[in-house]
Design a protein around this ligand. Sequence first.
Ligand SMILES: [Zn+2]
Length: 869
Amino acid sequence: MTQIALTIRAIRVIGAIRGSICLVAASLLMLDSACRLNKPSLGPTDPEPGVPLSLATQRAQAIEGLTYNLSFSIPADPAQPVSAHVIIRFATKDISHPVVLDFSPGADYLKSVSVAGKPSHYRLVKDHIIIPKEEIASEDNTIDIAFRAGDASLNRNPDFMYTLFVPARAHLAFPCFDQPNLKARYALELDVPSGWQAVANGAETFHETAGDRVRIRYAETQPIPTYLFAFAAGKFQLEATERNGRWYRMFHRETDAKKVERNKKAVFDLHASSLEWLEKYTGIPYRFGKFDFVLIPSFQFGGMEHPGSIFYNAASILLDESATENQMLNRASTIAHETSHMWFGDLVTMQWFNDVWMKEVFANFMAAKIVNPSFPNVNHDLRFLVSYYPPAYAVDRTAGTHPIRQELANLDEAGSLYGNIIYDKAPIVMRQLERILGPAKLQDGLRVYLKKFQFGNATWLDLIEILDTRTDLDLKAWSHAWVEEAGRPSIRTASEGDRVAFIQSDPQDGRSLRWTQHMDVLIGANNAVTSVPLEIQGERAETKITAGISKPDWILPTGAGLAYGDFILDDSTRRFMLQHLPDLKDPLTRGAAWVTLWEEMLDRRVEPSDFIELSIRALGREDTEQNVQVILSYVSDLFWTFLSESQRREIAPQLEQILRAGLGRTGSSTMKATYFSAFRSTVTTSDGIAFLERVWRRQEKIPGLTLAEPDEAGMALDLAVRSVPAAAAILQEQRARFMNPDRRARFEFVMPALSDQQESRDAWFDSLKDVRNRRREPWVLEGLQYLHHPLRAASSEKYVRPSLDLLVEIQRTGDIFFPTRWMNATLGGHNTRSAAKVVRDFLSQQKDYPIRLRRIILQAADELFRAAG
Ligand SMILES: [Zn+2]
């Protein structure tokens, strides 16, 4: 599974949003419960709703030889029911318990249930069908169910439909054992309108048209879990090609034939080269027969790795003629990522979704190996640094952080596992693992792992066990610190005569954890840089300063962009960096120095005023796009959160001048957009605001930067929150400017949050207490960010407590990422002691508060607590 790619991941230049890196596709895992219609009572021994771990464990131990024989009859009209039928066959080692199937649509959707050919005395409870133990034998069980399929995970549209069952949404459509470690073979028959195409995991074996309907059967699959079972049907076009003796088919709905023609060769090539690379790397041929993929408009993710039938978001595969190198890199990465899953995730699957991070991180890791060499112009190490380290630190430095591996009691809650620690810290940890083992031993260990567990399931610990025999290092201890525990090491540089030592400690009281890692330390002296590879295991690691260097100018343990932690630089390095960081020649070293200095600033070892002064000097010279993005995101955050009002006033003219100069100087349109966002976010002088107003009024153009409707809308809001004299008129005019009705509706929704009347803002905030007014979550978040804008913070502090009070309900009623984003938008504009006190008081008053929500609050409040002291 991939997120929909957003180019600037770690950057937070728009608005004073902090702690929130809005990188994850909004509806990553939709946990839709609206479709669960049955409300029968629950007996004392009945399984809980959802898919609880206890039930899944018991079933995985008992059930064997599982197969599903499924048929679905799909009408063209999405309002008409999908009638369906399933025959489930299995053996069981446990005939002393009833067999529990998962099925959530409820009684109205069940037509008949028979076991071994006789009507079953089954019971329905929420989310489950319970088959009495008396009807179950140890061998050859056949449960035959006629039903209407639930629509919730069928994504039915007028001309097409597709299934999306990850993580446990198959039982929203059909009765099954909906867990990753009960793999089964699936035989499928589809009955669809004639004129429709259909595709599933297996190859087509039978095709018959009768009247206006087509019946299609598919070959039985290899053993796969429910979340990988998939089919799509509808008005699709089909392209096919052969590469090295294998056929690849692409289903799509693109009407622009030229676009398809322009893209298809590259898309087929990327699949074929990824597949061949993986067969070589793993030593295991592709095991799922045919290879098709389906391009779906508005698909929820970037891609989903159903074996034999990968689904993609069409827009990320069929690129426009003007596609940037970055978009092409993202496309190649997405294709390599999904193809890697055929081994990592599909062939060997996690036992439980608490290890979902593992398949994702391996897919990314393989994708980088496959794709990066084809993009020699990209600085991949710098890209890795700026993509992963800032967002990982943004959570891992806080009191609300958590381990990569988390407990998961019920698959209903699988969505809550996702966040920066999984997406951003895990790839860093995986790269460390390869450094420790070396690429050859890691590859060798992965081959053993894939072979041993093929068509089965394994945990992270199963892999660590295999890898542990390939290194002298205690890999279990390594894994414990990095994967099973939360947080990061604190590592201090100490100069001791002709030696430099790095001393690590555990910032968490009473734990004394030690993180083993490789650090490529860079030492600068007399304009030359020496790289010293160093492994830190216990409390310290040290290196001798070579004879040629009498006294280093600087020592940067993070210099090569590898080491992870909270680094306390020595005083002379810190002084040097604050003077000369922009003089460092290597862009990666500069990037690493920026990331390190930012953490030093947050820990108050670097003064905010020194940091912004350095940024202003650096921006005039920095020409590496990724570094400019990092610096600008830090500047916007620091400006509002860590500078006093008088410091802001003092620095503003200089800052705006450098941002406008950057806007004029840079050639690339993405750089211009980054500079303009930073300018919009931080502008406070009357000159600067007047310039912004002229641009919004279309009286002044920024050469090379095209401003679309959403940009103009944002500018209007930025002007309004700064209370320019014409604010009300600007908002009204912007409203009239909209051509797009959805964007106009969004703007109208947000407008009252910017009113200069306190009563209007109060009323807007009060309206959010009604769930119906929170349905459009991106609208709510945009309004909240302006409501709590730093310029309005004094009058919006009173909304902080009621927002905290609402959080439990926000989680209950909203998308999985809404609680985090709600808190970030609420606290992002505040930096006062009184606001920090409101949060601290709330946390101390809530005794049995849900742990995951407490963490979310602590993550979002981190910079507020630091700024307030
Ligand atoms: Zn994935």
